[in-house]
Design a protein around this ligand. Structure first.
Ligand code: CMC
Length: 440
C-alpha cells in the first residue's frame, strides 16, 4: 500500500497518496483524495472545496515523465537514464534526439533510417519562401522561426494531425529537419542574403552550418571541430524536463493541437530572457561590461541590488542549486574551441572573472546561484561565427527533440486531460453595472 499524507480541513481528515518516482522524488497526489473512513477517491477540490495555490508552479508536478531526470541539488542531468556527460562525449545530437523521442539509443540501422527521414524532409515547401519575404529585414529570427513552424501546418495540412502513432516518426523527423532549415533561412533573410538550400551530402549539424554560411559562389569551409562544438551545444540543450517552453508545448498539446502548433508555442516561450533568451542576454551583458572598461566587479555589485534592474545573466536556476552540469561541459568546450581556432576572446576572460567573483560572494553563495547552460554557450557560438540574435534559435533547434518527446509522451498517455489550472479570484465581488453617462 502506498504511503499517505494527511490533511485536516474544517474538522475532517483526508488522505492523499504519496507518489514516489524512480529516483526517490516524492509528490502528494491531489487526484486521489479520500476522506478518512471513506472509500471513494476523488480530486482534492471535489472532496474538500479547496484548490492548491502555487504561482509559478515551483512546487507543482504537472505530469509523470520517463524522459529526463534532473537532480538540481547534486547537479545531475540524464536523458532516459544516461548521464549527460557520457552522451556529450560519445553521442551526436541526432542520436540523443532519437533516444529522447523513442526511448532508446538507435542501432546503426535505426540511425541510418532516421537520418534518411531527416534528409527526405530537409527541403521546405517551395512556396514557404514567399513567406520569408514578408518579414521586414530587422525581424528577430525567433519571431520568424515560430511563425514559420506554425505556417508549416498550412502547407502540410494533410500530414499534420494531433497524433497518429503510425505516422508520428515521420512527422517528428519532419519537424526536427525543417526547424533547422527554417532557422538558417531566417538568418539569411534577416541579413538580406540569398537562401542556401540544404545539401544531402552533409549530416544534420554540418548541413545547418552550410545553410547559414555558404554563398552561392563559395561553399563554407567545414571544420570538424566547429561542427562538433555546435553539435554538442544542440545535444546539451535537447531536453530539460518541465521547463517553461516544454510545459508550454505540453499545455498546447493537451488541447489536442498539432505537433507543429505546439512547437511554435514552445519557441515563443523559449524566447524570453529568463529562459532561452538568456544566452543572447549574457553576451550583451559581457559586451557592455567590456565596453565600459569594467572587469566585472562593478557589474556584480549592481546585480546584487534589486533596484538596479540588472541580474547576472546566465546565473541561477529554478532547479539547479549546484553547478549546472551542462555549463561545466560548455565551459571546457570554450577553451577547447578557442585553442583549436588559435583565438582568444576577452568576453571569456570577463565571464571567468565574473564566475570566480560570484562563487565567492555571499549574495550568490547564500542563494545558491551558479552558472547555468547559457553562461558560456554564447562564447562558443561567437567563436564559430553565429550572430548573437541567432543564439536563442540555436537553443530552439537543440530543444526540439525534447518538445517532440514530451508531446509524444503526453499524446500516448490515455489519462491525459486538457491542462486547465484554476485560480484564487481576488477581484471585485458582485458589482452594479454603471451606465455610460454615470461613469467617472
Ligand atoms: N542575478 C542576481 N540575482 C539573482 C539571479 C541572478 N542571475 N538569479 C536569481 N537571483 C536572486 C533573486 O533576486 C532572488 O533573490 P531574493 O531571494 O533576495 O529575492 C533569489 O536569487 C531567487 O531568485 P528567483 O528569481 O526567485 O529564482 P527563480 O527560480 O524564480 O528564477 C531564474 C530562476 C533562472 C529565472 C533566475 O535565476 C534568473 O533570472 N537568472 C538569470 C537569467 C538566466 O540566466 N536564465 C537562464 C536559465 S537556464 C536556461 C533555461 O532553462 O532557459
Amino acid at each position: 500500500m502506498s504511503k499517505m499524507a494527511k490533511l485536516e480541513l474544517d474538522g475532517k481528515v483526508y488522505e492523499l497518496p504519496i507518489v514516489e518516482g524512480s529516483e526517490g522524488e516524492k509528490a502528494i497526489d491531489l487526484t486521489r483524495c479520500v476522506e478518512l473512513g471513506g472509500t471513494k477517491p476523488g480530486d482534492l477540490r471535489a472532496k474538500t472545496g479547496c484548490i492548491t495555490l502555487d504561482p509559478s508552479l515551483g512546487n507543482t508536478g504537472s505530469c509523470s515523465s520517463n524522459i529526463t531526470f534532473i537532480d538540481g541539488e547534486r547537479g545531475i542531468l540524464r536523458y532516459r537514464g544516461i548521464p549527460i556527460e557520457e552522451l556529450a562525449e560519445k553521442s551526436r545530437f541526432i542520436e540523443a534526439a532519437y533516444l529522447l523521442i523513442f526511448g532508446k539509443l538507435p542501432t546503426s540501422l535505426e540511425t541510418h533510417m532516421f537520418s534518411q527521414m531527416l534528409e527526405n524532409h530537409e527541403l521546405l515547401h517551395e512556396d514557404m519562401k514567399f513567406h520569408f519575404q514578408g518579414f521586414p529585414p530587422y525581424s528577430h529570427p525567433m519571431a520568424i522561426l515560430s511563425s514559420m513552424i506554425n505556417a508549416t501546418g498550412c502547407f502540410y495540412h494533410d500530414k499534420i494531425e494531433h497524433y497518429n502513432p503510425d505516422t508520428f516518426k515521420d512527422l517528428a523527423a519532419m519537424l526536427l529537419s525543417q526547424v533547422r532549415t527554417i532557422a538558417a533561412f531566417s538568418y539569411r533573410k534577416s541579413r538580406g542574403l540569398p537562401i542556401i538550400y540544404p545539401d544531402p551530402k552533409y549530416k544534420y549539424t554540418a548541413n545547418f552550418l552550410h545553410m547559414m554560411f555558404s554563398l552561392p559562389y563559395k561553399e563554407y569551409e567545414m571544420r570538424p571541430e566547429v561542427v562538433s562544438a555546435l553539435d554538442t551545444i544542440f545535444l546539451l540543450h535537447a531536453d530539460h524536463e518541465q521547463n517553461c517552453s516544454t510545459s508550454t508545448v505540453r499545455t498546447v498539446a493537451s488541447s489536442q493541437a498539432s505537433l507543429f502548433a505546439s512547437a511554435a508555442a514552445g519557441v515563443c516561450a523559449l524566447w524570453g530572457p529568463l529562459h532561452g533568451g538568456a544566452n543572447q542576454a549574457v553576451i550583451e551583458m559581457l559586451s557592455d561590461i567590456h565596453r565600459s572598461g569594467d572587469d566585472g566587479t562593478r557589474f556584480i555589485e549592481d546585480a546584487k541590488k534589486k533596484d538596479s534592474g540588472k541580474r547576472l545573466m546566465g546565473f541561477g536556476h529554478r532547479i539547479y542549486k549546484n553547478y549546472d552540469p551542462r555549463a561545466k561541459i560548455i565551459k571546457a568546450k570554450c577553451d577547447e574551441i578557442l585553442n583549436s581556432m588559435k583565438r582568444s576572446d576577452p568576453l571569456l576572460d570577463i565571464a571567468k572573472k565574473l564566475e570566480e567573483a560570484a562563487l565567492q560572494d555571499p549574495y550568490f553563495v547564500e542563494r545558491r546561484l551558479y552558472p547555468n547552460v547559457d553562461f558560456y554557450s554564447g562564447i562558443i557560438m561567437r567563436a564559430i561565427g553565429i550572430p548573437v540574435e541567432m543564439f536563442t534559435v540555436i537553443f530552439a533547434i537543440g530543444r526540439t527533440p525534447g518538445w517532440i518527446a514530451n508531446f509524444k509522451e503526453l499524446a500516448e498517455d490515455k489519462t491525459t486531460r486538457i491542462n486547465r489550472p484554476r485560480q484564487v479570484y481576488i477581484g471585485q465581488t458582485l458589482s452594479p453595472y454603471t451606465p455610460k453617462q454615470d461613469r467617472t
